[in-house]
Write a protein that binds this ligand. Structure first.
Ligand SMILES: C[S@@+](CC[C@H](N)C(=O)[O-])C[C@H]1O[C@@H](n2cnc3c(N)ncnc32)[C@H](O)[C@@H]1O
Length: 204
């Protein structure tokens, strides 16, 4: 089963803090962002939710930052909190339908929200959305939640197998700067787009 926007809207609308939202930009991302020097790069935050990292990037002067999420609830919450963020940079659409190019794509708890059978489509889509030598940077859970619904985790072996034909691995290790509840439980990944034929491959 895939999880449509209605599923996510309903999760957000339960009036409790959705388990995934940490309420501020993750230190893993702020540490990474703080060492970026080129403020002109095009950055896409996928499944951005309440968009704390998007706001951080924008406030830091990365003016070509884009927010993407198909949940109206999450988008409205983001718009309300960051009213000066350019509307044309808020992409309310299905990630798998998105067509643009970026230098950098940021991932946090979006990969784990999609069903396993869609993972190869995720890899191909990220690859397609990146310019040559573009990067996918983010966090992936390093264990399996053992559930029939999101979040879906995995192992390093599984992830390496999935990404290796389309990306070179600059970094793929347990994050040292995760938030306390996720300490030791997520990989920090920094993957560079390979020139490959992965668009043509069928589902793994
Ligand atoms: C688990 S939440 C993570 C939100 C945010 N990244 C965070 O860490 O707080 C997953 C988000 O991905 C969005 N999402 C799921 N599937 C999507 C898709 N196919 N296209 C666009 N957004 C999607 C959901 O609406 C939701 O906001």
């Amino acid at each position: 089963m895939t999880y449509p926007s209605a599923y996510w809207n309903q999760k957000y609308d339960q009036k409790t803090n959705p388990g995934w939202d940490i309420g501020y930009p993750s230190p893993t991302f702020t540490d990474y962002i703080d060492q970026l020097t080129d403020k002109n790069i095009r950055i896409l935050v996928i499944g951005a939710g309440f968009g704390h990292e998007v706001e951080y990037l924008y406030r830091k002067g990365f003016i070509k930052t884009y927010y993407l999420d198909f949940s109206a609830f999450a988008v409205n919450a983001f718009k309300h909190r960051v009213p000066d963020f350019p509307l044309s940079h808020i992409l309310i659409e299905d990630f798998f339908e998105h067509l643009e190019k970026y230098d950098l794509i940021l991932e946090q708890t979006f990969f784990c929200s999609i069903p396993r059978f869609q993972r190869w489509n995720y890899v191909k889509k990220v690859h397609e959305l990146l310019y040559d030598n573009g990067k996918l940077v983010g966090l992936l859970f390093n264990y399996d939640f053992g559930k029939e619904h999101p979040p879906f985790g995995g192992s390093k072996e599984e992830y390496c197998l999935l990404f290796k034909s389309c990306f070179n691995f600059m970094y793929f290790e347990t994050a040292y700067n995760s938030i306390k509840p996720r300490k030791g439980r997520e990989f920090f990944i920094n993957l560079i787009k390979k020139n490959c034929l992965c668009q043509k491959k069928t589902v793994l």
